[in-house]
Write a protein that binds this ligand. Structure first.
Ligand code: UDP
Length: 238
């Protein structure tokens, strides 16, 4: 698969066209950003770790019957994926209160959410990714109601698969963000799943093992990502 010109550079990944119009290459860079791109740093090995992490998780989700855009690992930092027509929304499920939910509602971090909550955010850095609801998505034409309903159902299905996967590695999946798109009319999971877009705590100590280490200046960011990976069976040297 020949990689052609760069289509788009996001905050942590670059996207390249290929000679197949239905496929593109995602390149995971070492860049780490927080606060809607206001803080950016390079972290050694991050591109490799997140690329392999994402490949492992996407494969697990596919095995569980959840359609994803992931096709194949191409190199340490590159993966081949299907080209999707992305919905400009972020789907967030929370099992435990943290982050913006605590800031918005004044709840204490660590409170169990039963049932897990589902939230939508508009992908718009200039507006600070505002929270939206399902009627906004339909009214502004960001997605069809039926496609959003499918994305929501898949987001919850991912919770069942990944809560169990991380629990087996003695971790709590606190929350996570997913992005979906359409491929030949079908709603498919796109973007990535890595510790950049979810919260994971050690089940016993509640130590943070995700991007909050970067957001909160706790250090040991990539070491924590590698620890999470090893606990769920990823071999980063493979
Ligand atoms: N998240 C993300 N990208 C974003 C916003 C949030 O990946 O642009 C993830 C974040 O890592 C967390 C979940 O979505 O796992 C919920 O994030 P939250 O709304 O608490 O926002 P934050 O506190 O990260 O600003």
């Amino acid at each position: 698969m020949e990689k052609r010109q760069e289509l788009y550079a996001g905050k942590a990944k670059s996207v390249y066209r290929t000679d197949d119009p239905d496929k593109m290459v995602l390149m995971f860079r070492d860049d780490t950003s927080a606060f809607d791109g206001k803080r950016i740093e390079q972290l050694d090995r991050k591109g490799m770790v997140n690329n392999k992490f994402n490949a492992f998780i996407m494969t697990k989700l596919q095995e569980a019957g959840i359609p994803t855009h992931f096709e194949a690992l191409l190199s340490d930092t590159e993966s081949l994926v299907k080209c999707l027509d992305m919905m400009p929304v972020e789907c967030v499920v929370r099992n435990v209160a943290a982050g913006s939910l605590c800031r918005r509602l004044g709840v204490e971090e660590g409170v169990t959410l039963n049932p897990p909550t589902f939230e939508l955010f508009l992908k718009n850095d200039a507006l600070g990714d505002p929270m939206i609801n399902e009627s906004h998505v339909e009214a502004f034409g960001w997605a069809k109601a039926s496609d959003l309903a499918k994305a929501k159902a898949l987001t919850y299905q991912v919770n069942d698969v990944l809560k169990a996967l991380f629990a087996a590695g003695d971790m709590i999946l606190v929350d996570y963000k997913l992005e979906f798109g359409l491929y030949k009319g079908e709603v498919i999971l796109g973007d990535e799943f890595s510790p950049d877009g979810c919260r994971l705590w050690d089940a016993e100590t509640k130590e943070k093992l995700d991007k909050d280490r970067f957001r909160q200046g706790l250090g040991g960011v990539i070491e924590a990502y590698e620890d999470v990976g090893r606990r769920i069976g990823i071999d980063f040297n493979a």
